[in-house]
Design a protein around this ligand. Structure first.
Ligand SMILES: Cc1cc2nc3c(=O)[nH]c(=O)nc-3n(C[C@H](O)[C@H](O)[C@H](O)COP(=O)(O)OP(=O)(O)OC[C@H]3O[C@@H](n4cnc5c(N)ncnc54)[C@H](O)[C@@H]3O)c2cc1C
Length: 415
């Protein structure tokens, strides 16, 4: 029987949120073990669109427009799809999401998330610099694009709200956009280019870079099952194949899988999932920046593997079999906008965005257990918010004054 290994902190789950926290703690001299069941960075964090969204203040709300709702009810829109067999489980969560999506609720979430969003890019820059991975953060931003003037005008009208948060954007005509994105179809009438965000052409590489830097500072990555977590006399323990791993503090960064562990510890988490898919198409000319085709509802992003098309939301049980019905419509739409060739893979990748009804993450002290900490539920913005969430939780774990008030992210807000 191997001996117990002792650390200051256990981090459960090696997605981008856990990787950023691991590096944050290692940089401040804490010893930590990152417990990952599979391979770091290959969960939800593997397949996103690579946007670190400096402008992501306004949450994605549940739509309230009756016509749009009708289109969703008939599964007529590529940006959102629901799986009929998952409905009984999904409906209560959607109802909570609907209620939290009032105009007042959206503004409350925007204000609550603002400190994390404001720090998102600079905190990633800090961690990436420490990891020698600055080159992975591609400057130049990304754009929302439109085929119709009406859509563009509606989007322009939202810029006032974003300006309240200091967001700057270039409103571009179709020709101005084509000058920045050669190859873009002349059916595009214009768009909004957010210039401050940085983007990735390999999200996995960033997670791996953070983890490598963590290891270089003495951190350990250990394969193990977080569901084995228990409280022992010396602190939190996880049994693994290499022995029992023990630490005073334990941070849960399990993304979509957090509720599985928390249920065992007596916490109820109203998490629901917006599943998303991606495929890669080979471009005939390089795509110069990620584009969100707002009217159809997908992102096309230049990646190492080709142009990645990421779908909008599929409302389904996390573990229900994949139903990638949104892929064909978005491939057609993307090929009409940009010269794209063959699909690189046979089977689309699928991930599950871990969502809370108010579109805010859960970050901070667990509440019912001493030295247990949470950082999960980052929904559409887990890549964006990983580094600033890591800074906040790192400060809380170390007992320092946090750079922002953690109260809006407490799990206790759900009662
Ligand atoms: C299609 C799509 C596009 C997206 N685009 C963007 C984007 O452009 N920008 C953005 O900011 N966000 C985006 N997101 C959201 C973002 O990807 C997620 O919010 C983020 O990856 C969540 O990270 P995480 O570390 O919390 O979870 P994960 O990356 O899922 O990490 C959790 C880890 O826990 C591990 N684990 C699970 N169970 C156990 C266990 N029992 N024991 C040990 N380990 C376990 C898993 O293997 C996994 O590695 C997108 C999501 C999707 C699906």
């Amino acid at each position: 029987m191997s001996q117990a290994r002792r650390f200051d902190c256990l981090i459960l789950g090696g997605g981008i949120v856990g990787a950023a926290l691991a590096l944050e703690l290692a940089l401040s001299g804490r010893s930590a073990a990152l417990i990952e069941k599979h391979r770091v960075g290959e969960g939800t964090s593997f397949g996103n669109a690579g946007l670190i969204q400096a402008e992501a203040y306004l949450p994605y709300p549940f739509p309230r427009d009756p016509l749009l709702l009708l289109a969703y009810a008939f599964n007529r829109r590529a940006e959102a799809h629901y799986q009929l067999s998952s409905l009984p489980e999904v409906i209560p969560a959607l109802w909570r999401y609907f209620r939290a999506s009032s105009a007042a609720g959206q503004m409350e979430t925007a204000r609550a998330n603002a400190p994390l969003v404001r720090a998102a890019v600079s905190d990633h820059r800090r961690l990436a610099a420490a990891a020698g991975a600055d080159h992975l953060l591609r400057p130049g931003g990304w754009a929302r694009i439109f085929r119709h003037e009406a859509g563009l005008s509606a989007e322009i009208s939202k810029l006032g709200e974003l300006a309240l948060f200091g967001v700057e954007a270039d409103v571009l005509s179709g020709d101005e956009l084509r000058a920045r994105v050669p190859g873009l179809s002349d059916t595009v009438v214009g768009g909004i280019h957010y210039t401050a965000p940085v983007t990735l052409n390999d999200p996995l590489a960033l997670t791996q870079a953070y983890v490598r830097a963590f290891e270089a500072l003495g951190g350990m990555v250990i394969q193990g099952d977080a569901l084995g977590l228990r409280q022992g006399s010396g602190g939190w323990e996880v049994p693994t194949d290499v022995g029992v791993i023990v630490a005073r503090d334990c941070a849960v960064t399990l993304g979509p899988w957090a509720p599985d562990l928390l249920a065992k510890l007596g916490y109820s988490v109203p998490m629901f999932y917006k599943r998303g898919y991606h495929v890669h198409l080979k471009p005939d000319v390089p795509l110069t920046m990620p584009l969100l085709d707002v009217e159809v509802g997908y992102v096309m992003a230049p990646m190492r593997q080709g142009v990645r098309l990421t779908t909008g939301a599929e409302f389904a049980r996390r573990d229900a079999p994949p139903t990638p019905v949104q892929i064909e419509p978005i491939k057609r739409a993307a090929r009409a906008l940009f010269p794209l060739g063959e699909q690189a893979e046979v089977t689309p990748w699928m991930g599950a965005r871990p969502c809370l009804p108010d579109m805010r993450p859960v970050i901070g002290a667990a509440g019912q257990h001493k030295n247990l900490w949470f950082s999960f539920g980052h929904a559409h913005h887990g890549l964006t918010l990983a580094a600033s969430s890591a800074r906040l939780l790192g400060e809380l774990i170390r007992g320092e004054a946090p750079f922002c008030d953690p109260a809006p992210y407490s799990l206790s807000r759900f009662g």
